[in-house]
Design a protein around this ligand. Structure first.
Ligand code: GJV
Length: 417
């Protein structure tokens, strides 16, 4: 397995010592398992995510984000690495200070109309209510509230510099009596009073990426009145085993015969480079699904705690409905907005392949290698979302599964995002 490393020179000067920040259970045979505090020797950094390292004489790939330089270097680095760096706030809020992402979100009709629908269908109950719009961006949700319902106040909280423009937009649209724009991180702003409704569009890729949900939970605990309403009220992550013929052809089968040559020795590298990370913005055709989808985790926005986000586990069991090539798993999310009235209709925003497309599209996790599956086979396993101990907006998603059929096969996959 590690034969290609045998001729490596002893005492390689480029070897660096790193300390593990948390436990890591490798999920394929070429990955190393390690525990928090272990000292690893890093021999090579073939990609920014996966390094080739050694622990107790065994070598394997390790996720770079789990490691920090050894103690001396770490202490020095600590002085420069504040909590803000771990949240990468400068970069994060910097990107929301420009129009590109706001345009993408506003142009996403399914997303934006879903929030409008929530407000319209609750307009009567919103009368005289106090609303907090967390991460309001250009203020669209706050403006919907002010124009389509009669809340007494809307506090529109936005940390990026877009807030200055949002203030102008509020005025331009005659909503300044109702909407107050507060520039700052939701964790730090002071509202004049508690709120009846906390609305936010916090969902990232694979639902949790960016971990803006943490800000929403902290704001809930601080500013939501007893009995107040969270929008969205719940969120679910869905998974389906799928075919991904064209992506597989583009990134893996390509090496079989480019220009009539055999480039298959590069396939292992291709697998590391293209298939260990999820493919965002994947569009899955309903026809590529090999089974019915399954919700693998459900979050209740009233009871979810920040500490629950460190490690979230889910399970799945799929029955293969049609024979095909199992290339990977596709995931998407759905959120629900409960009605302010008892018995009122719930609004759903579903980002799956059977709903109107959204800017999130779907996320594809490729298997190490494709497996043929047949109608009647079953695919069962677990999903683990582990928040990165250092880079707080990131996480690692690990899928373990087994296929039950006449000819048994197992495989697993891991993805850093
Ligand atoms: N406080 C204030 N504004 C925030 C915060 C925070 N803690 N976190 C994010 N935002 N659905 N994944 C703002 C951010 O600047 C941007 O305008 C918006 O919320 C992101 C919403 C879309 N992201 C998402």
């Amino acid at each position: 397995m590690q034969t290609e490393k045998e001729n490596e020179k002893e005492g390689d000067a480029s070897v660096e010592e790193y300390v593990a920040l948390s436990n890591f259970t490798g999920s394929s045979s070429d990955q190393l398992c390690f525990s928090s505090g272990d000292r690893l020797l890093v021999h090579a950094k073939p990609s920014s995510e996966w390094w080739w390292a050694e622990l107790h004489g065994v070598r394997g790939y390790v996720p770079a984000s789990y490691l920090r330089q050894d103690a001396a270097a770490e202490e020095e680095e600590d002085e420069h690495t504040s909590l803000e760096d771990q949240w990468q706030d400068e970069e994060y809020f910097g990107s929301y200070g420009t129009l590109r992402l706001h345009l993408e979100m506003l142009a996403d009709k399914s997303r934006t109309e879903a929030y409008r629908k929530v407000i319209v269908s609750n307009s009567a109950s919103l009368r005289s209510k106090v609303v907090m719009d967390l991460g309001c961006g250009t203020g669209i949700i706050s403006l919907f509230c002010a124009q389509l319902a009669q809340p007494s106040e809307v506090y529109a909280v936005e940390a990026s510099s877009m807030a200055e423009y949002t203030r102008q937009l509020v005025k331009q649209n005659g909503c300044e009596q109702v909407v107050t724009v507060l520039q700052g991180r939701a964790e730090e702003v002071e509202l004049p009073k508690q709120v009846d409704v906390l609305v936010s569009e916090w969902m990232g890729n694979c639902l949790l990426f960016e971990f803006m949900v943490e800000s929403v939970l902290l704001a809930r605990d601080r500013w939501l009145k007893e009995g107040g309403v969270m929008w969205p009220s719940s969120a679910a992550l869905t998974l389906v085993p799928c075919q991904a013929n064209s992506y597989y052809a583009e990134k893996m089968a390509f090496w079989e015969q480019p220009y009539g040559l055999d480039f298959t020795p590069l396939q292992r590298l291709a697998q590391q480079e293209f298939f260990t990370k999820p493919k965002f913005s994947h569009v899955i055709e309903p026809d590529d699904c090999l089974t019915a989808p399954c919700d693998v985790l459900c979050l209740d926005m009233y009871t979810l705690q920040v500490k629950d986000l460190e490690e979230i586990k889910g399970q799945f069991h799929f029955c293969v409905e049609k024979s095909g090539v199992f290339h990977g798993f596709t995931s998407w999310f759905t959120v629900h907005f409960e009605s302010l009235e008892t018995g009122g209709a719930t609004v759903e925003l579903n980002t799956g392949p059977n709903s109107q497309p959204t800017h999130w599209k779907q996320t594809l996790f490729m298997l190490d290698r494709p497996v043929s599956v047949y109608a009647g086979d079953s695919i069962s396993g677990t999903i683990l979302l582990r928040r990165n101990p250092f880079w707080r907006r990131h996480m690692t998603i690990t899928l373990h599964w087994s296929i039950n059929s006449n000819k048994k096969e197992t495989d697993n996959c891991q993805a850093n995002i």
